[in-house]
Design a protein around this ligand. Sequence first.
Ligand code: NAD
Ligand code: SAH
Length: 402
Amino acid sequence: MEQGRAKIEWAASHMPLLAGLRREFGREQPFRGRRIAMSIHLEAKTACLALLLRDGGARVAVTGSNPLSTQDDVARALAVENGIEVYARRGASPEEYTGHLREALAIRPDLVLDDGGDLVDVLHLDSMHGILGGCEETTTGVARLRRRAHRGELAFPMFAVNDARMKCLFDNRFGTGQSVWDAVLRSTNLLVAGKSVVIAGYGWCGRGIALRARGLGAHVTVTEVDPVKSLEAMMDGFLVAPMREAIQSADFVVTATGCIDVVSGDDIAVAKDGALLANAGHFNVEINLDHLSRWTQTTRAVRPGIVEHTLTDGRRVYLLGEGRLVNLVLGDGHPVEIMDISFALQALTLQHIASHPALPPGLYSVPEEVDLDVARRALEARGASIDTWTEAQRAYMSPDAA
Ligand code: NAD
Ligand code: SAH
């Protein structure tokens, strides 16, 4: 418990936006009498968000959003806090994982915070009513909400926090860019310089992962299905190729697409001997694990979180973190300062929902004033000041200007 508490205190001391909000929410109590259920990777930064919401007056129930990303020491330390209920365990079975979501929802929340869409799924499966609204943290979760809203089945308002400028520009790009390599480096202890790295997907996450791979001295190839993003990757100075071709000379493959079968059996059939396979996208579907096991003759654990697969023809490939989000399974996820920004956005969006309790069901964007408020706070925390328009400039730039 001491270690978990120390981790939470370390994170808190590097989260100036959350510290400021803790003071404000402590005074203003925006969540007085509200119940909030959160499903998100349960580690130290998440604990700081839960404590902020608690200090804002809420009763808070927390569970994880991935069976392998919960840090048990942090979960234990958080569970002794008044006003926080914790339901999560690293290594939870699929049934336990869903059971934990239901236990968190047993507080009958007014507000929910989801990361990937599993909590919202259970709310709909169980026909739970009375939700004022909630926030979704990640790209795939927003895609799931969009599909549900399109079918006319979204039962309450949900805000696409992922799509706010202050989220995807920083968390998905710089957060994933750094934390993926942090996890790969600490788990493999291998050199990246001079190696061949293949990044699947050149969206927000892929751009960050490719950028940092280049910074480490890798030769980077991007695989994409979007022709515009492929061209962008080329003009950013990366090679572009189909996975089937790129994997043949890849030392490291990192997927970040939100799609299935990005590394398929046919790709594994031609992978370079010794290739390391890691995923940074939602859940464990980007590297096809069934196909991998069909090609596999024997497996052995070679380092914590790394399994060597000796294939039927004698080649070996190495799977990191069971094909789940490598940065959270083999690392601590995004750096503290990044989660400070993402979680300030979450907290202020939840405050917005709490103060607009009669919104109709649907998928909402984070209000621009909330996005800008977080940007200003982040600049201020870094001691930076910027220009503002003069009245003459504002008039000149106005859409109504002649
Ligand atoms: P994005 O939509 O910006 O980018 C995804 C890219 O993948 C798109 O450019 C798309 O064209 C491409 N793509 C889709 N299918 C592909 C395929 N079969 N082969 C190659 N490219 C393909 O999304 P994003 O914000 O970059 O998020 C990507 C995934 O990572 C999502 O599942 C998201 O939830 C997850 N995510 C993870 C972390 C983390 O901490 N690991 C952080 C943020 C988001
Ligand atoms: N349930 C899905 C969700 C994808 S997680 C899954 O486990 O596959 C991707 C999200 O994790 C990102 O949007 C990012 O904001 C969040 N994240 C990254 N590092 C984190 C950290 N240290 N603590 C909490 N959340 C983190």
